[in-house]
Design a protein around this ligand. Structure first.
Ligand code: LLP
Length: 427
């Protein structure tokens, strides 16, 4: 748990702000992010990679709130985006388009046109169709877009199967064996300038050995490409650094940077990194209220007002998120093993199973930690539950950075066609 979430006078605080006070003001559930944690993680990552000539393009998908993006923009971060929507958010939050990298496995013509017209700094190509389309659109605009080609190195990242991206069987990138041919093709096409090799093998890596394997393959490819006359000047090494959800020793970014140095450090390339989770996961908590404590025949259920639609990671990836009562438990309080669930009508609606928690009662506030990355961004309005508001804390200040929509706003998004207008029960 980050030092910026701690008990003060018996109540869990984000920096100097009492989470119970935010709960009173905005209601529950809500997400709360700590600026100090984001800044600290950014500085730590930057200190590790800057000596290698590294630039950070934050992976917006992890947490795309504009207040979070603006916090990172002020620190000098660029952005890695995978949709026009993410690109627009990054630009709106003040990230210069030249520092934005547009990745993604299925970019549309409209998205590539947007990238060209907005002056996005680099497009990461994931297929030959991507390449041809971008070339055509760039030529039509009299532009030349710097590109990276994302290769698939066929390396097992040894993380959860749903977030592994670097095996040959995954949909991502271009098979490393095909890469020399595709680079040669790109070099011959107008409107695109192949300058970089990109790789991203997966997310939540806690063992860095797969990085070593992947980056060595990238280095070998760069030598092959240079021998063929293709001037590779940049490398995009992706993201994926894990965070210690289970309180294990935190993956060490210095060790990661050392792997980068010894695998690709002698290639004289500018390096680009796309960390997402590392910068924001530990900066966020999801706070909810216990609605009921229900003893079933075989298990005890703590039913809360947050649910799988607010934080889907536990049910989607069997992910573990620590939980803490906002009111500090009495020292020596005995824990009981419970399931923490939401009100959604699915058995998959749980945030924790078989979790030892201190005594907890209806009305208590519960904080789910390590929820700043892939939390709010993956939420939905399933069961017509309004999107959870987001709050950003900065020292003793705090602000709502995405308000909770009203029911009218949520329901009012639907349109009832003319043939259904008028009184019911007439047929
Ligand atoms: N670059 C690329 C090309 C990516 O696909 C990703 C993540 C990143 C960077 C950032 O990876 P990070 O540093 O955050 O690990 N929803 C899942 C994670 C999906 C990651 C997708 N790609 C989860 O909640 O675990």
């Amino acid at each position: 748990m980050s030092e910026n979430f701690a008990y003060l006078n018996g109540s869990l605080h984000a920096e100097s702000v009492d989470l119970a006070q935010i709960a009173d003001a905005v209601g529950t559930p809500f997400y709360c992010y700590s600026t100090a944690v984001i800044v600290e993680r950014y500085r730590r990552f930057h200190a590790a990679v800057a000596p290698l000539g590294g630039q950070i393009c934050y992976a917006v998908k992890a947490n795309s709130n504009q207040a979070v993006l603006a916090t990172l923009a002020r620190l000098g971060a660029g952005a890695d985006v995978v949709s026009e929507g993410e690109a627009r958010r990054a630009v709106a939050a003040g990230i210069p388009p030249a520092r934005i990298v547009f990745s993604g496995v299925g970019k549309t013509g409209a998205e590539l046109a947007y990238a060209l017209d907005t002056g996005i700094g680099q497009v990461n190509i994931e297929s030959e169709r991507d390449l041809e389309l971008l070339s055509r659109l760039a030529v039509a605009r009299g532009k030349r877009m710097p590109i990276a080609i994302r290769i698939n190195p066929d390396v097992d990242a040894r993380t959860h199967a749903k977030i592994s991206t670097g095996k040959a069987e995954n949909k991502f990138g271009i098979d490393i064996n095909e890469a020399p041919r595709v680079f040669a093709r790109a070099a011959a096409l107008p409107g695109v300038e192949p300058v970089s090799v990109a790789v991203h093998i997966g997310s939540q890596l806690t063992d860095f050995a797969p990085y070593e394997q992947a980056f060595r393959r990238v280095a070998e490819l760069v030598r092959t490409l240079r021998a063929a006359g293709i001037a590779i000047r940049h490398l995009d090494l992706g993201g994926g650094i894990g965070v210690p959800y289970r309180g294990e020793t935190a993956p060490d970014v210095t060790a990661y940077a050392e792997i980068v140095r010894r695998t690709v450090g002698d290639l004289d390339c500018d390096l680009l990194f796309e960390p997402g989770r590392y910068l924001v996961a530990e900066a966020g908590v999801l706070v909810g209220t216990v609605i009921d404590v229900k003893q079933g025949a075989t298990r005890c259920f703590v039913v809360c007002d947050f649910a799988m639609n607010d934080l889907i990671r536990p049910t989607l990836y069997e992910a573990y998120h620590p939980m803490l009562p906002v009111a500090e438990p009495a020292s020596g309080a005995t824990s009981a093993v419970v399931d923490v669930v939401g009100p959604i009508c699915e058995t998959g609606d749980f945030l924790a199973r078989d979790r030892a928690l201190p005594p907890i009662a209806p009305g208590d506030l519960l904080a789910v930690t390590h929820a700043g990355g892939y939390g709010a961004v993956m939420s939905s309005t399933y069961n017509t539950r309004p999107m959870v508001p987001e709050v950003l804390v900065n020292g003793s200040e705090w602000a709502v950075v995405r308000p909770r929509p009203s029911y009218d706003e949520l329901i009012g998004l639907d349109r009832v066609p003319g043939w259904l207008a008028g009184p019911t029960g007439t047929r």
